[in-house]
Design a protein around this ligand. Structure first.
Ligand code: CUA
Length: 339
C-alpha cells in the first residue's frame, strides 16, 4: 500500500465522517428525555450512531478512493489481475466488527437490565387499547379509569397492556420506549418519569381508519398532586350520581376521541357529531333512544351519510356491561336533546 493512498483514504474518510456527524448533530433527532429509562436509552443511541458514522466514513473512503484510482480506462477490456486474498486484511475486517458488535451488545444488555429493574413501591397501571382510544386504569385505586395517563414523578411505573381488537402500539417520545398491544396477550413496559410536564401518547401501529387520531396525553405530576388526583377521582367512582355515570362511561371509553359532544367538551370529527343525534335518528327512521342503543351495539346497522363503514368498531358495545350501556344511552339521549 502506498503512503499517498493512505493519506487519500484518511482525507476522504474525514470528509465523509464530518458530513455524517454534522447531519447527526445539527438536527434534533431525539426529544428531551422525561424518564430515567430514556436517560439511559439516549446515550446508547448516540453510542451506536457514533460507531455507525466511523464505519460509514471508512467504507465511503475505500469506495470513493477505488472509484477514482482503480478505474479501468475506457478502452481497457482485459480481465483484472487474479487475487488470492490478504489474510491480514481479512483478520482485521473480521475482528473490528466483532469487537464493535460485541460492545453494542454488552452496553445494550446493561441498559435493558437496568431499565427493567423495578424500583420500590411500584405503581401499576393497566392500559387498554382499542380502535381508536387509550384508557388507563389504576388497580390500586379501586380500578379508577382515566383517558389520560397520569403519573407521579420519580416513581417506578409498570404499564401492563391489553388490546380489545387489533394490534396497537404505545409510544411516548419523551419516554423513548414503544410497546405493542396485542389481542390475547399482555405486554409490559417499565417507566420512571423524572420530569414534570405533559407529553403526547401516540399509537404507532397502523390500526385502522382512526389510527392518526388515537392519541392522548401523559401527564407527569408531583407525587403529592398525583395522590390528590387519585383520591378525588376514586371518590367520584365510588359515588356516581345518575348523570355522572353516563358521562364517566363516555369518558372512560374515549368516545370523545372520535365524536363531538358539547356536554362532554368533546370536539373530534372522525365520527358523526353526537349533538346531532336527534336529526340522525330521524334520518334513520328510528326513535332516538333505540337509534342510539343500536348505533353503539351494532354501529354498521346505520351509518350516517359521509362516514365510512367499519370505523366504529363492531365490538364497541360488547365491551360495555348492561348498566354501562344503559347509562351511556341515557347520557347521549339527554345531552343531545340539550345540544
Ligand atoms: Cu391504534 Cu394506531
Amino acid at each position: 500500500m502506498r503512503r499517498g493512498s493512505i493519506a487519500s483514504l484518511i482525507g476522504i474518510g474525514v470528509v465523509a465522517g464530518g458530513i455524517a456527524a454534522a447531519v447527526a448533530l445539527a438536527l434534533p433527532w431525539l426529544p428531551t428525555s422525561a424518564s430515567a429509562e430514556a436517560d439511559r436509552i439516549q446515550p446508547l443511541f448516540w453510542f451506536v450512531i457514533v460507531i455507525c458514522i466511523v464505519v460509514f466514513a471508512v467504507v465511503m473512503a475505500v469506495i470513493l478512493y477505488s472509484i477514482v484510482y482503480f478505474r479501468a480506462a475506457p478502452d481497457d477490456d482485459s480481465d483484472g489481475p487474479p487475487i488470492h486474498g490478504h489474510t491480514g486484511l481479512e483478520i482485521v475486517w473480521t475482528l473490528i466488527p466483532t469487537v464493535l458488535v460485541t460492545a453494542i451488545g454488552i452496553v445494550s444488555a446493561i441498559v435493558l437490565g437496568r431499565n427493567d429493574a423495578l424500583g420500590a413501591n411500584v405503581l401499576h397501571v393497566n392500559v387498554t387499547a382499542q380502535q381508536f382510544a387509550w384508557s388507563f386504569s389504576y388497580p390500586d385505586a379501586n380500578g379508577l379509569t382515566s383517558g389520560t395517563l397520569r403519573l407521579p414523578k420519580d416513581r417506578s411505573v409498570l404499564l401492563t397492556f391489553t388490546s380489545k381488537d387489533v394490534i396497537h402500539s404505545f409510544w411516548v417520545p419523551e419516554f423513548s420506549q414503544k410497546q405493542d398491544t396485542v389481542p390475547g396477550i399482555t405486554t409490559r413496559v417499565h417507566i420512571t418519569p423524572n420530569r414534570l410536564g405533559t407529553f403526547p401518547v401516540i399509537c404507532t401501529e397502523l390500526c385502522g381508519l382512526g389510527h392518526s387520531v388515537m392519541r392522548t396525553q401523559a401527564i407527569v405530576m408531583s407525587p403529592a398532586a398525583f395522590d390528590k388526583w387519585l383520591h378525588s377521582q376514586a371518590k367520584a367512582v365510588a359515588s356516581p350520581s345518575s348523570g355522572v355515570a353516563g358521562a364517566a362511561v363516555f369518558k372512560n371509553n374515549q368516545c370523545g376521541a372520535c365524536h363531538t359532544l358539547k356536554a362532554a367538551g368533546a370536539t373530534a370529527t372522525t365520527g358523526p357529531d353526537l349533538d346531532k343525534l336527534p336529526a340522525l335518528a330521524q334520518g334513520a327512521g328510528k326513535p332516538l333512544e333505540d337509534f342510539v342503543r343500536q348505533s353503539i351495539v351494532d354501529p354498521n346497522a346505520y351509518v350516517a351519510k359521509g362516514y365510512p363503514r367499519n370505523v366504529m368498531p363492531a365490538t364497541f358495545g360488547k365491551a360495555l356491561s348492561k348498566q354501562e350501556l344503559d347509562a351511556l344511552v341515557q347520557y347521549l339521549v339527554s345531552s343531545s336533546k340539550k345540544g
